[in-house]
Design a binder for this molecule. Structure first.
Ligand code: ZN
Ligand code: ZN
Ligand code: ZN
Length: 559
């Protein structure tokens, strides 16, 4: 070998080894890059029905480390998260969380609403074209057909060529059906009364899968018909009012709304298994069923991201029955905290720590009951729309010489009798102006808007912005009424406990927690809106946003 040829070989081998090293570095970076982009195996979207933001802070000292606090501590906490439309009702809330838009676009303007095209009240998810599955009742005849836009779960299905699964679970049908969307493999909800089963609709499947029939056969519901006492000694529940107060409804055939509650005994006069809905055990039953679904459907088992939506309904039933200040409500949240800990523990074990992503929010908040506020010198009251409708029709008849010009007041919206208006060649605007003048005389009414205002509106804040986002041109009424703060619809059901639906902070401010794969650790006081959740999860998954989505990606939340 000559000196020169040796030098050449050395140079070549150096070049070769450098090149090789470079290749190794590149592929290592590539793996790192790929890992941080990898999608979660499962997204769990949790809705806690009627959860006020301040329940997180009010009960924090009593929460364990593995439930709410795990998400607050190790996840991202959006502390100033709001609903951005009126009405703050369950169906609208669930649709908005998962579609990333408001009733203006998704069309779910309430739980029930007056359908002006057929002159009838309709229920958000009722669909008689389908059959019940798993019950002899008609409670399974449901579908999302009134929802006009897709959910992020729908987009995930399209993106994965239908290989990523979707399951929706809730005690309430609407809490299961709307989040899961059109392409869900299934949605399940609870049929109480004399059955106590998880059921579905032929919109999804013809018969219940084996894991569901096996679950139903295990009598979970029976086991929860036990005595409901507080989880911890009642005297330690210093974050809520007296157990016996004038502001709680309670159960039929129990003289006082006080612990303990013998649920087996009380079930006879309180709708059979339906009584579980109004106790923390409805949430435990939901957790049991969700865990069975993860195993039964092998959620998160392959490389295609699956979506599980869980809506905890009992918090809402307990809230309506006992109110935001009740010991029963506090106990329901402390027990839900334990259920969440159990769920997260199962996800760690079955899916793997760091392999799944969870968000937790609510479909609306709730106010203190007006009578309680009054007892503390705060304003609040009741309003009776039946009386108001009768009064308005009398006034309008005197002025326009036509009977029944108002057909319906539904979800605080007035629907006019357009047939009569056309037949008598009346001017709609004159009628609307007369109604506004009359309504503003009422102490409990704050504002009234014509629907035409909502067509043109470019409102960016305040109640007008909320009304605009809740206004659906095809479905909403001719006038929109805004009550003063803490005014409930009059009815025996509403004098105690609580209700919701307004655009006031007590109804709009709800928790928003993200946790798990792809989620940063942190908190923000920046205002976020309920419609930001679906685009944020879509961005995390790298999928198309829901087709009507109007929210923003919360870039500060995701890695
Ligand atoms: Zn609700
Ligand atoms: Zn009580
Ligand atoms: Zn409710």
């Amino acid at each position: 070998m000559t000196k020169n040829s040796f030098a050449l070989i050395l140079a070549l081998s150096l070049l070769f080894s450098c090149g090789l090293q470079e290749n190794v570095m590149n592929s290592e970076e590539g793996i790192k890059q790929e890992k941080s982009n990898a999608r979660p195996k499962l997204v769990v979207g949790i809705v806690v029905d009627q959860m006020r933001y301040d329940y997180l802070t009010r009960f924090e000292s009593k929460f364990g480390e593995g439930g709410f606090k795990r998400m607050m501590r190790d996840g991202f906490n959006c502390k100033n998260n709001h609903f951005n439309y009126i009405p703050t009702k369950t169906a609208a809330g669930h649709a908005s969380i998962f579609t990333g838009t408001t009733p203006r676009y998704h069309g779910i303007i309430g739980n029930n609403w007056y359908d002006k095209t057929i002159n009838e009240s309709v229920y958000c998810v009722r669909d008689n074209r389908y059959q019940s599955v798993g019950t002899t009742s008609s409670d399974g005849q449901m579908s999302p057909h009134r929802m006009s836009t897709t959910t992020f779960a729908d987009e995930n299905r399209l993106f994965t060529q239908m290989k990523g699964k979707t399951m929706g679970i809730s005690i309430k049908d609407r809490g299961a059906v709307l989040p899961a969307g059109y392409t869900a493999n299934a949605a399940y909800w609870f049929r109480g009364k004399d059955e106590g089963y998880w059921i579905s609709s032929s919109f999804y499947l013809e018969t219940l899968p084996r894991w569901v029939t096996e679950f139903n056969a295990q009598n979970f519901a029976d086991n929860y018909l036990r005595t409901w006492n507080t989880l911890y000694p009642i005297e330690t529940y210093t974050e809520s009012g007296e157990d016996l107060s004038d502001y709680e409804d309670g159960f039929t055939s129990k003289s006082t709304p006080t612990f303990p509650y013998d649920l087996k005994q009380l079930s006879k006069d309180n709708g059979g298994y339906d009584i579980l809905k109004s106790t923390p055990y409805g949430n435990s039953l939901t957790t049991d069923f969700a865990i069975a679904a993860i195993a039964g459907e092998q959620l998160g088992a392959d490389d295609y991201t699956d979506v599980l939506t869980i809506s905890y309904s009992s918090t809402d039933y307990v809230g309506h029955n006992f109110g935001v200040n009740a010991k029963e409500t506090q106990d329901t949240y402390l027990r839900l905290d334990k259920d969440l800990e159990r769920l997260f523990g199962y996800l760690d074990q079955y899916i793997g720590k760091g392999e799944y992503t969870v968000f937790l929010t609510s479909d609306h908040g709730a106010p203190y009951v007006p009578a309680y506020l009054n007892s503390k010198k705060l304003p609040g009251g009741l309003i009776n729309f039946n009386e108001i409708k009768a009064d308005l029709n009398t006034v309008l008849k005197t002025e326009f010489k036509v009977e029944d010009l108002i057909l319906k007041i539904s979800n605080e919206q007035i629907f006019l009798n357009h047939e009569a208006i056309e037949n008598d060649k009346l001017n709609v605007e004159n009628i609307q102006n007369r109604i506004i003048e009359q309504l503003l005389k009422h102490d409990q009414i704050s504002k009234v808007f014509k629907s035409s205002t909502m067509h043109q509106a470019a409102f960016k804040s305040g109640v007008e912005y909320l009304l605009k986002n809740g206004y659906n041109q095809k479905r909403s009424g001719d006038l929109l009424i805004v009550m003063e703060p803490s005014v409930f619809l009059d009815g025996s059901w509403n004098k105690k406990g609580t209700d919701h639906g307004s655009g006031y902070i007590y109804d709009t401010h709800v928790p928003l927690l993200f946790y798990g794969k792809g989620i940063k650790k942190g908190k923000t006081y920046k205002r976020t809106e309920i419609t930001d959740i679906a685009p944020t999860i879509s961005a995390l998954l790298g999928i198309s946003f829901p087709n009507g989505s109007t929210g923003n990606v919360l870039g500060l939340v995701i890695d």
